[in-house]
Design a protein around this ligand. Structure first.
Ligand SMILES: [Zn+2]
Ligand SMILES: [Zn+2]
Ligand SMILES: [Zn+2]
Length: 317
């Protein structure tokens, strides 16, 4: 296991052949249900545990391949954790009460701050892959955390753009996007006192909403207690809307974009959540095919305005 540098795209690849050899779990066995190996049988609502098949480790083995100046390798140093949202095997994040979603948010904040303090962790990436169609094999509701030894490329790009905007305009790029979305109004999905959800003007996925705190904060650890409640509440509303669009448990990728934890200052960065749901219509999948994957250019076969309207009108119950 090691990191390999791609000198052409200038980014790290995580090579972990151990993960490819993960054993198949016996049918009907859930490692995240209370009472199984690493999961206490009672006394918890939400839990984080080490990922049993991590692609990043606090004490990684030396790379098998010698690094040279042209083909560089590095240690796969980091942490991979699993966040089990609830003891209930058949629930989803959308089914949890606002209070229990708040408990998940508190755990995210605690893990962000704890992992972020380690000197080898430059970026704490909190995310959820949900649904078999995304490739999830375990149904038990859970998310994951990757604590990276580098700032991943998409976040890096966001940092570069927002830093440039901050320097040129003296304000936050993300705050400017929120302001503009509020003014245009047609792509707003829902909002409350502290948070707003919209399908941005530049949406990449048909239902790929973003959720922003209205106050300029860099990470969930900067949110007040009231703001965390508002965050839990809007998350629940958005997830219910998702499930109600096609009357199915809606698959998605959900990522938290927060400031890095490399001890540098990021006053220009603004925490937000992005969703990438793979459906574009009922029973129709949006594939990131050649144009998206090979050219890096997204084709959006609708308008963000019509998709936002669908979501806005989708019930929250
Ligand atoms: Zn389970
Ligand atoms: Zn901002
Ligand atoms: Zn982002």
């Amino acid at each position: 296991m090691e990191l390999r540098w791609d000198p052409i795209l200038r980014e790290w690849i995580i090579v972990s052949d151990e993960r490819g050899k993960r054993p198949l779990l016996p049918e009907n066995f859930c490692p995240f249900c209370p009472g199984s190996e690493e999961v206490p049988s009672s006394g918890w609502d939400v839990l984080s545990i080490p990922n049993k098949f991590p692609s990043l480790r606090p004490d990684p083995p030396e790379p098998r391949i010698k690094s040279d100046r042209f083909y560089r390798c590095s240690l796969s140093r980091g942490v991979c954790e699993v966040v089990i949202y609830t003891p209930e095997h058949n629930a989803t994040l959308a089914d949890l009460s606002v209070k229990n979603i708040r408990a998940v948010i508190d755990l995210w904040a605690e893990r962000f701050s704890d992992l972020g303090k380690r000197d080898y962790v430059k970026y704490v990436f909190i995310f959820e892959n949900k649904g078999r169609v995304i490739g999830v094999t375990l149904d038990h509701p859970h998310g994951q955390i990757y604590a990276f030894p580098f700032i991943p490329p998409i976040v890096k790009r966001e940092i570069e753009s927002s830093k440039r905007y901050w320097k040129r305009n003296g304000k936050c790029l993300f705050c400017a996007v929120i302001e503009r979305e509020k003014r245009d109004a047609v792509r707003i999905v829902c909002e409350n006192d502290d948070f707003i959800c919209f399908l941005p003007f530049f949406a990449r996925w048909p239902y790929g909403v973003h959720i922003y705190p209205k106050r300029h904060v860099g990470a969930i650890t900067d949110l007040s207690s009231d703001e965390r409640d508002s965050f839990a509440s809007i998350l629940k509303r958005v997830l219910r809307k998702f499930d109600n669009i096609f009357n199915m448990s809606f698959p998605y990728m959900m990522v938290l974009h927060q400031k890095p934890t490399d001890n540098k200052q990021y006053p220009f960065y603004h925490f937000h959540v992005e969703f990438y749901p793979p459906y574009r219509e009922k029973n129709k999948i949006k594939y990131f095919a050649s144009v998206e994957t090979g050219a890096g250019t997204v084709t959006f076969d609708y308008t963000p305005e019509e998709k936002a309207k669908e979501l806005r009108e989708s019930p929250e119950t």
